[in-house]
Design a binder for this molecule. Structure first.
Ligand code: GDP
Ligand code: MG
Length: 328
């Protein structure tokens, strides 16, 4: 009964994405708050308050971008491009330079779409979620599951992390909170077998969305590669064309370390998008730019807290505005 009531009130959204069901961030308040916390003033906007464009400004910008976790490589590319643009167009006014940098960053952030891949024409939309332990996979699955349920979808969660004690129980709690069904195996079950059962159950019940949890051991690449490879194959056999999305969950507070993890997962599974979590715990939103630039992957969602509503579709324009906009 409760579910029916909730569904009637749910907004109608694009079948492919729960974004419409996820409360719009109305901008990046988390980043604004984070930036306000830092004394060094990573609110890069403040750097443009001077009266001229000179080497000093470029150097200060470079430093601030690196401090904001944009990474040396990406920062160097951005600053070089900005210098060139300033020279070519004779930009002599800091405000105009700021607009130019915003445009440069925005162009890079929007090279790849941040929306989820479209749902298949028939059968369940299968989303595999990977990443190291503690990055926020299970939490993200819970939040995403809840958003899909809010948008009127029937959702099944697959407990593919059979390795860590308590992992299944954690997902069970999230499934109840989200109003999604959980499929889990016994202790120490084979993850591929659990996810196979998950997909069969989803098909039998006419579920529209399946979110597959996985374990993220990184001690050694080989077992991880074997396990995720097997999971991938099993999913593809149960639902041809699946997984339709492989979301890599990265802990946003890890800064540049998140990038090296991402590279390993990228080699193992065909990652289609990134979820950056725990951005509420960092003042360094720049890692978003580094992920897109250095990994060539779109950030699709950001996690900004531990609660069910603390997931936001990534909005590049709002992000750039907060990172580089006028100082408050
Ligand atoms: N502050 C904050 N904590 C988060 C976020 N996402 C996950 N967490 C916390 O990070 C910890 C690990 O999350 P979990 O989902 O269990 O990670 P997993 O091992 O990858 O499945 C938990 O305590 C979560 O509540 C987020 O966006 N912000
Ligand atoms: Mg987990």
């Amino acid at each position: 009964m409760i579910v029916a009531v909730r569904r009637r009130g749910a907004p109608s959204v694009d079948a492919a994405t729960p974004a419409g069901a996820i409360e719009s961030s109305g901008g990046f308040d988390w980043l604004r708050r984070g930036l306000a916390r830092t004394t060094a003033g990573l609110g890069l906007g403040a750097l443009f308050s001077g009266s001229k464009v000179d080497d000093q400004l470029f150097e200060a910008l470079e430093e601030a971008l690196i401090a904001a976790d944009v990474g040396v490589k990406t920062t160097t590319i951005l600053i070089n491009e900005l210098r060139r643009a300033a020279r070519q167009d004779g930009i002599s006014e800091p405000g105009a330079l700021r607009e130019r940098l915003k445009a440069l960053v925005l162009a890079r952030l929007t090279q790849r779409p941040s929306a989820l891949n479209p749902a298949p024409a028939s059968g369940p939309h299968v989303i595999l979620v990977v990443g190291v332990n503690g990055s926020g996979k299970t939490t993200t699955i819970g939040k995403l599951g809840a958003a899909f349920v809010r948008s009127g979808k029937k959702v099944v969660l697959g407990a593919g992390d059979t390795f860590r004690a308590g992992a299944v129980e954690q997902l069970r709690v999230w499934s109840e909170r989200a109003g999604a069904e959980l499929i889990a195996g016994g202790e120490g079950a084979d993850p591929a077998a659990v996810l196979h059962d998950t997909l069969e159950a989803a098909k039998a019940r006419g579920a529209q969305v399946v979110l597959c949890d996985t374990a993220g051991r990184l001690q050694s690449k080989k077992p991880l590669m074997e396990e995720l490879g097997k999971v991938h194959r099993v999913i593809g056999r149960a639902v041809p064309g699946a997984p339709h999305e492989v979301l890599l969950v990265l802990d946003g507070t890890m800064g540049q370390n998140a990038l090296s993890q991402a590279r390993i997962f990228g080699e193992v599974t065909g990652v289609t998008g990134v979820v950056l979590t725990k951005l509420d715990g960092t003042a360094k939103g720049g890692v978003v730019i580094a992920v897109m630039e250095e990994l060539g992957l779109p950030v699709k969602f950001v996690g900004v807290g531990e609660k069910v509503d603390d997931l936001r579709p990534f909005d590049a324009a709002a992000f750039v505005e907060v990172l580089l906009g006028e100082a408050p």
